[in-house]
Design a protein around this ligand. Structure first.
Ligand SMILES: *Cc1c(COP(=O)(O)O)cnc(C)c1O
Length: 410
C-alpha cells in the first residue's frame, strides 16, 4: 500500500502554464499576454470568493432558471429498444441553451475586475445573444463581432442582439465568418483592455479561457450527477454530448472525471461524411485533423496539406469550427473519453425522432448527441443508462430543418 502512488485526479488540470498534457497553453502576441495574466489572477481570487459564488449561484437560479431538469426519454428509449436514454435539459435554460452559464459567469468576473464593456465574437449568433443578454442584465456595454456572411445567414439573431442593446459589428475580412470575427474581437480587446473584457464563448482559446469556461459550465455536470443519484439511484453508465469548441461536453464530463465506471463520449459534426472533407470532425478525420495552433491554443485543428485552416461544414452552425478545446484533446489521448461523429443526416433523423417521441425540439447541435445515444441504445442492454446533454432547443433551427425536409433530406 505504501508503495501505491496516489492517483492524481484529472480534475486538477490544467497545470500552472495552462496545459492539459501536451495541449493548451497561451500562444498570443505580447499585447495580449498582460490581459490574460490579469484575467487569470482575478479569476484565481474570485473562484474561491464566497460572495462572488453566492451572486453567481443566485442569478443561475433566479434568472437562468437552474437547476435544469433531468428527463427520462421513455418513448424514445422504447423505440430504440435497448439502453435507457435520459436528457439533461439545457434547452430549458434562459435563451435556450447552455451558453448563458458561461456568459453570465464571465460577465460577473469582468464586472468584479472593474470592466464596463463586453466584447464577444459569434458565428451562428447564439453566443452573441447570450452575451448581449447578460450585458443588458448587468447594465454593461456590449459589442459583438460577426462575419458578414454569418450576419446574412443568421439575421434573426442579429435582430435579437440589437434589441438587447448590443452593437453588432460586421466583419468583412477573410472568409467573413467566425474565424475572422475572432481576430477582430481580439484586436478590439488588445486596444480597449482597460475597461473591456473579451467574453470567449467556448472551452477554447489561450489559457485561462478553457479553464474558466469549463468551470462555469461544470454546473451542468454537478447538477446532473446529483440528479442521477436522486432520480436513478445510481450514476449513469455513459455520458454523451456534442462537441463544437467543447464547452457543453466538458461541463457535463468534468464532475464525473473521477467516477471510473462512467464512460464519456463526445460527438463531432460529421457533416456530409469524412471522405469528402465536408465536416467539422477534428478527431474523426485523421488525415486533416492534426496538432496545430489556432486562436492562441495548441490542439487538434483541421488543416489542408499546406497547414492552412481547412474550411468546415455542418448542418449545425454551433459545431462548425476548425479546432477543438484542449482538454478534450487530452481526455482523448488518455482514453478517458472517446470521440465519434454524427453526420448531418444522422442529426436530422435524431431531431425528428426526439420531436415525435418526446415532444422536444432539440437544437441541431444537440441532435448529434441524440443520434449517438439512439445508435448506442440499440447495442446496449436495457439496464444501462445513457445520459445525453441536450445543449439547446431547436427553435433557432426551424428554417434549416424545413429546408432539409423540402430538399428531401428527411
Ligand atoms: C454553441 C452550441 C454548441 C457547441 O458549443 P460547445 O462549446 O461545443 O458546447 C452546442 N449546442 C448548442 C445548442 C450551442 O448553441
Amino acid at each position: 500500500m505504501i508503495e501505491d502512488r496516489q492517483r492524481v485526479s484529472l480534475k486538477t488540470l490544467p497545470d500552472e502554464r495552462g496545459y492539459y498534457g501536451e495541449f493548451g497553453g497561451r500562444y498570443v502576441p505580447e499585447t495580449l499576454f498582460g490581459p490574460l495574466l490579469e484575467l487569470e489572477e482575478a479569476y484565481g481570487a474570485l473562484r474561491d470568493d464566497a460572495a462572488f459564488q453566492a451572486e453567481l449561484g443566485a442569478l443561475l437560479r433566479e434568472y437562468v432558471g437552474r437547476p435544469t431538469p433531468l428527463t427520462e426519454a421513455r418513448r424514445l428509449s422504447d423505440a430504440c429498444g435497448g439502453a435507457r436514454i435520459w436528457l439533461k435539459r439545457e434547452d430549458l435554460a434562459h435563451t435556450g441553451a447552455h451558453k448563458i452559464n458561461n456568459a453570465l459567469g464571465q460577465a460577473l468576473i469582468a464586472r468584479a475586475m472593474g470592466k464596463t464593456r463586453l466584447i464577444a465574437e459569434t458565428g451562428a449568433g447564439q453566443h452573441g445573444v447570450a452575451t448581449a443578454t447578460v450585458a443588458a442584465l448587468l447594465g454593461m456595454e456590449c459589442v459583438v463581432y460577426m462575419g458578414c456572411d454569418d450576419m446574412a445567414r443568421q439575421a434573426p439573431n442579429v435582430l435579437r442582439m440589437r434589441l438587447l442593446g448590443a452593437d453588432v459589428h460586421a466583419v468583412d475580412a477573410g472568409s467573413r465568418t467566425l474565424k475572422d470575427a475572432i481576430n477582430e474581437a481580439l484586436r478590439d480587446w488588445a486596444t480597449n483592455v482597460r475597461h473591456s473584457h473579451y467574453l470567449l464563448g467556448s472551452a477554447l482559446g489561450p489559457h485561462p479561457y478553457p479553464m474558466i469556461v469549463r468551470d462555469l459550465q461544470s454546473v451542468i455536470g454537478r447538477e446532473a450527477r446529483s440528479q442521477c443519484l436522486a432520480q436513478m439511484g445510481r450514476l449513469p453508465d455513459t455520458l454523451i454530448a456534442c462537441v463544437g469548441g467543447g464547452s457543453n461536453a466538458i461541463g457535463l464530463f468534468h464532475p464525473f472525471l473521477d467516477d471510473d465506471t462512467v464512460e464519456m463520449i463526445g460527438v463531432e459534426a460529421g457533416g456530409e461524411g469524412i471522405e469528402g472533407g465536408r465536416h467539422a470532425a477534428r478527431f474523426g478525420d485523421p488525415q486533416r485533423g492534426r496538432l496545430g495552433v489556432l486562436h492562441g491554443v495548441r490542439t487538434y485543428v483541421l488543416q489542408d496539406d499546406e497547414g492552412q485552416i481547412a474550411l468546415t461544414h455542418s448542418v449545425s452552425a454551433g459545431l462548425d469550427y476548425a479546432s477543438v478545446g484542449p482538454e478534450h484533446a487530452h481526455l482523448r489521448a488518455l482514453e478517458r473519453a472517446r470521440y465519434t461523429y454524427a453526420t448531418d443526416e444522422d442529426a436530422l433523423e435524431a431531431f425528428q425522432a426526439l420531436c415525435r417521441h418526446e415532444g422536444i425540439l432539440p437544437a441541431l447541435e444537440s441532435s448529434h448527441a441524440v443520434a449517438e445515444a439512439m445508435r448506442l441504445s440499440t447495442e446496449r442492454p436495457s439496464d444501462e443508462i445513457l445520459l445525453v446533454n441536450l445543449s439547446g432547443r431547436g427553435d433557432k433551427d426551424l428554417d434549416t430543418v424545413t429546408a432539409c425536409i423540402e430538399g428531401g433530406a428527411l
